[in-house]
Write a protein that binds this ligand. Structure first.
Ligand SMILES: *Cc1c(COP(=O)(O)O)cnc(C)c1O
Length: 349
């Protein structure tokens, strides 16, 4: 089999959830964000493992994702939808018992008319200007909305990964101004906000990236290992070149291993000269350009050519690859390709 294997450590995932849960006090519930197919790792398995660890409230970006998570979890846990109640969502929301986070007066009206008995939350904009009702809009409908008993009032921080950024305190103050005295459960923080401290925790937190081992959660346990099988290897002479554009030229007699995995699988072409693959603890440099489906690796210094080489693992985390590619862990994780076999290791409990 030529596809790479993405090993997903469910025990590490659960440990990260518990660690983020422990970062707020016991009055604060800890949810779990499983949008974008669980940050690329498989929303169903991820959600089940997190439910086993104790998560009771899940968040997705759109109703279709919520339906998939509901199928995996069964009835019981709350599944909240950040994009709210869009036109065309009503049947999905009703059938899969989703809880839309309503973003506008239009969405509020649509929801109360179409599904008056279906639980909902309200998303408020406190300065990010992406989703949610602004102060004036909220003032106009707060009384009606609150009389229908929303299950959550939430907002989202734009700069939580920069603790000293002045927008954090500004958004906190705005969130309090919009929600103090409502008596409705409140949520402001994702991973970054949890790490800003208890002022930011309110009743419920919504970690995503930290669960999957990414920054800004420095103490996260790594969750993924990506192993790429060697399709072929060959000895080459000093002076021979490897790959497109003769991107690498052997400075000595060398052994080149060709592994399955390339930019079509989320291993960005720019990684070529910037990261290593690993044979256990031994780093092996990439030789030449990353191509669509293949990467060539200099394995000359290994005693023998291994069956597979790792590009993500204990020596090279998601954020290391992301930095080398000029992006962030979130994008690296969610780019990891559909061709990999996702293998779930570790008891979730
Ligand atoms: C993605 C997202 C989260 C989770 O953010 P992380 O930084 O991954 O923890 C929480 N809330 C909202 C509104 C989001 O869009």
């Amino acid at each position: 089999m030529a596809s790479g294997t993405l090993h997903i450590d469910l025990a590490a995932l659960a440990a990260n959830w518990r660690a983020l849960d422990a970062a707020s006090d016991s009055a604060t519930q800890t949810g779990a964000v499983v949008k974008a197919n669980g940050y690329g790792l498989g929303a169903g398995r991820i959600a089940r493992a997190l439910a086993e660890a104790g998560a009771r409230r899940f968040f997705v970006a759109m109703a279709e994702e919520g339906a998939a998570v509901r199928k995996a979890l069964g009835p019981g846990p709350q599944i909240c939808v950040f994009s709210g109640h869009m036109e065309g969502d009503t049947a999905l929301v009703a059938e899969h018992d989703l809880t839309p986070m309503l973003n506008s007066v239009d969405q509020l009206t649509r929801h109360l008319e179409a599904l008056p008995d279906q639980p909902f939350g309200i998303q408020l904009d406190t300065g990010m200007n992406r989703l949610g009702m602004e102060r004036a809009e909220w003032a106009a409908v707060a009384e009606i909305a609150l009389s229908r008993r929303p299950v959550l009032l939430m907002s989202h921080l734009a700069c939580a990964d920069e603790p000293d950024h002045p927008l954090n305190a500004h958004q906190l103050a705005e969130f309090k101004a919009l929600t103090d005295g409502t008596g409705v459960p409140r949520s402001l923080s994702a991973t970054g906000g949890i790490l800003l401290g208890r002022d930011y925790h309110f009743d419920l937190t919504r970690p995503g990236i930290g669960l999957y081992g990414g920054l800004p959660f420095q103490d996260a346990r790594p969750v993924v290992r990506l192993s790429l099988p060697v399709v072929q290897s060959r000895p080459i002479e000093e002076g021979e070149s490897v790959g497109y554009g003769c991107g690498w030229v052997a400075q000595r007699p060398s052994i080149i291993a060709t592994v399955s995995g390339g930019y079509a699988d989320g291993l960005h072409r720019v990684l070529g000269n910037r990261v290593h693959l690993w044979a256990g603890d031994v780093p092996c440099p990439i030789a030449g350009r990353v191509s669509m489906d293949l990467i060539t690796v200099d394995v000359t210094d290994l005693p023998e050519v291994p069956a597979a080489l790792d590009i993500l693992g204990p020596h090279q985390f998601v954020d290391d690859l992301a930095e080398a590619a000029g992006t962030i862990g979130y994008e690296m994780l969610t780019s990891l390709g559909a061709r990999y076999e996702r293998r779930y290791d570790g008891a979730a409990g």
